[in-house]
Design a protein around this ligand. Structure first.
Ligand code: NDP
Ligand code: MG
Length: 380
């Protein structure tokens, strides 16, 4: 069987690490020919050597110059804002994993879809901000990597969209599931960044603690599965063993049960329609006897970000990209100790409620709104 060429954007990050772990389990199936990140020269170089990649990409210009000097003739290197586009134009580029954070990779995603590549998508900010323009490009070539969406994608295999009554995303509840409202004001970045189940990047860990991650994921599901947000809900599931569920019009519910480990979502995604046989003991599902599964209604009073995201999705237009940008700005301020944990939601709310500009007409307009929302939070 022919080896599949994988290009990985976000190679030095948390999801990127899971993708690389899976690729290294199947060296005869996958070849990580290109690795891309933003500015992390040392890690990218080390990964390039480990995976024998051909091409290394850094989207920040100065670090990319350092990378070029450090790598000598061992790798081809690309750098700067347009570098991801050049990587995608390369005829060797067949399948692309989008595991970078933020929205910078949006033009690369659009190009990859226009060029007929298969795409694996973890980078949820992109689809939330511009799903309206991305999904019509190639609904069938976008494979969800975010664990909940990957679970739902698995549940929906062989099902008609019209047979779906409800989609439910599960949330572990974050580190403050049982913290009283009055104590939430005092929580620190250190406390909020300590996710009880998944080790993740900093930004998404804070989003999980405010439940904005789940709100953003509801909008992500709306675009990926073409269902109205009224049919998409979230439920707290502290054991984090069921990752997503779909209720169908006949009353049956399909749920996906597996360990909370991103490598499992990657395995299912890279299997495309089939399954990759995995024998890693730490990835086998926990034995059922002795397991209790609990599902709890989220408390939107303590975690208002969930309702803000739902509202942004219902309003559509400028609001989802504004939400993405405002959240990015507010989380940045919280991480720098400039605002409290509970201010994150109020900052976002005030950006959404004060907007009176026009509707985006393209994904480029949506990107501008992300920047506008972020700037508005950071600089008033
Ligand atoms: P990390 O912060 O751990 O890693 C981010 C990665 O993206 C790094 O490799 C970083 O490079 C790279 N990157 C950032 N900006 C750019 C850019 N402009 N061009 C190229 N590369 C860039 O993030 P996570 O892995 O946690 O998350 C990545 C995405 O996946 C996010 O959208 C997140 O919401 C989503 N996600 C994460 C999950 C998780 O378990 N962590 C689960 C599901 C979805 P550098 O190191 O050089 O800065
Ligand atoms: Mg998720």
């Amino acid at each position: 069987m022919k080896t599949r060429n994988i290009a990985l954007i976000g190679a030095t990050g948390s999801v990127g690490g899971s993708v690389l772990d899976v690729c290294s389990m199947f060296p005869n199936t996958f070849r990580v020919w290109a690795l891309a990140a933003k500015r992390n020269v040392d890690d990218l170089l080390a990964l390039g050597k480990r995976f024998g990649s051909d091409l290394l990409v850094l989207t920040d210009s100065d670090p990319s110059e350092r990378l070029r000097r450090a790598s000598g003739k061992e790798f081809s290197c690309l750098g700067g804002k347009e570098a991801l586009l050049a990587m995608i134009e390369d005829p060797r580029c067949e399948e692309v994993v989008f595991a970078s954070s933020g929205t910078d990779a949006l033009p690369a995603l659009v190009l990859a879809l226009q060029k007929g590549k298969r795409v694996y998508l973890a980078n949820k900010e992109i689809i939330v901000a511009a799903g309206e323009w991305i999904m019509p490009l190639a609904r069938d070539r976008i494979i969800p990597l975010d664990s909940e969406h990957n679970a739902i994608w698995q549940c929906l295999r062989g099902e008609e969209p019209s047979a779906v009554r409800k989609i439910l995303l599960t949330a572990s509840g974050g580190p403050f599931l049982h913290t009283p409202e009055e104590e939430l004001r005092e929580v620190t970045f250190e406390m909020a960044g300590r996710h009880p189940v998944w080790p993740m990047g900093k930004k998404i860990s804070i989003d999980s603690a405010t439940l904005m991650n789940k709100g953003i994921e509801m909008i992500e599901a709306h675009h990926l599965f073409g269902q109205p947000v009224g049919k998409i809900g979230a439920v707290i599931h502290p054991q984090a063993l069921v990752h997503g569920m779909v209720e169908f019009i006949d009353g049956s519910v399909k749920m996906l049960y597996s360990r909370a480990d991103m490598r499992l979502a990657v395995l299912a995604a890279l299997g495309v329609g089939g399954r990759l046989e995995n024998i890693e003991l730490d990835l086998l599902p926990p034995e059922l006897p002795g397991i209790s599964l609990e599902f709890i209604e989220p408390d939107e009073k303590r975690f208002p970000c969930l309702a803000l995201a739902r509202q942004a999705c219902l309003l559509g237009g400028a609001y989802p990209p504004l939400l993405v940008g405002a959240d990015e700005g507010a989380v940045e301020m919280f991480m720098e100790g400039r605002i409290s944990f509970t201010d994150i939601a109020s900052k976002i709310e005030s950006v959404l409620s004060s907007y009176s500009g026009s509707e985006p007409r393209s994904w480029e307009d949506a990107l501008d709104l992300v920047v506008w929302g972020r700037e508005r939070v950071l600089h008033g």
